[in-house]
Design a protein around this ligand. Structure first.
Ligand code: CMP
Length: 138
C-alpha cells in the first residue's frame, strides 16, 4: 500500500461537488487517512506550487487556490499516486478520459476540480504540508 495527496479545489467545493468526489474516490478503492476543509492562504498556495513559480499561469493559480475553501486529503491504496492520477484524468478536462473526476467536474486547465501528487516523494511532502502525523489514521 502507498499514499498520495489529493485536493478538492475551490471550484469543485464552491460548486457543491466535494461530496460526490469523495464518494467517487472511495468507490475507486482509496482509503481516506486524513481529510480537512481549509481555505489555503496566498502564502501557502505560493509555497505549495513554488515548482511552477516561473510559469505564466503561476499568479492565476495562486489567486485561484486561495480564493475559497478546499478539501485536502491523504489517501491510501495500492499504487496510490498512479491510481489517483488515473482516477482524476488529464490536467485539461478537454483531454480527460470519460468517467474521470476532471471529465465529470472540471471546467478548465486552471479550474480543474482536483489535484494529485505526481510522485511518491512529492506525495510525502504534500501530505506533510497539510497534515501532522497525529491527524492521519492507520
Ligand atoms: P495541479 O495538478 O494542481 O498542478 C498544477 C496546476 O497548475 C494544475 O493542476 C492546473 O490547475 C494548473 N495549470 C496547469 N496549466 C495551466 C494553465 N495553462 N493555465 C492555468 N493553470 C494551469
Amino acid at each position: 500500500m502507498s499514499r498520495t495527496f489529493a485536493m478538492i479545489k475551490p471550484d469543485a467545493v464552491q460548486a457543491g461537488n466535494a461530496g460526490k468526489i469523495i464518494a467517487h474516490l472511495q468507490d475507486a478503492g482509496f482509503r481516506v487517512l486524513g481529510m480537512k476543509l481549509t481555505q489555503i492562504s496566498r502564502q501557502q498556495a505560493e509555497k505549495f506550487y513554488e515548482v511552477h513559480a516561473a510559469r505564466p499561469f503561476y499568479g492565476e493559480l495562486v489567486e485561484f487556490m486561495s480564493s475559497g475553501p478546499s478539501v485536502v486529503l491523504a489517501l491510501e491504496s495500492d499504487n496510490a499516486v498512479t491510481k489517483w492520477r488515473e482516477t482524476i484524468g488529464a490536467t485539461d478536462p478537454a483531454e480527460a478520459a470519460e468517467g474521470t473526476i476532471r471529465k465529470l467536474y472540471a471546467e478548465s486547465k486552471g479550474k480543474n476540480a482536483v489535484h494529485g501528487s505526481d510522485s511518491d516523494e512529492n506525495a510525502a511532502i504534500e501530505i506533510a504540508f497539510f497534515f501532522s502525523g497525529t491527524e492521519l489514521v492507520g
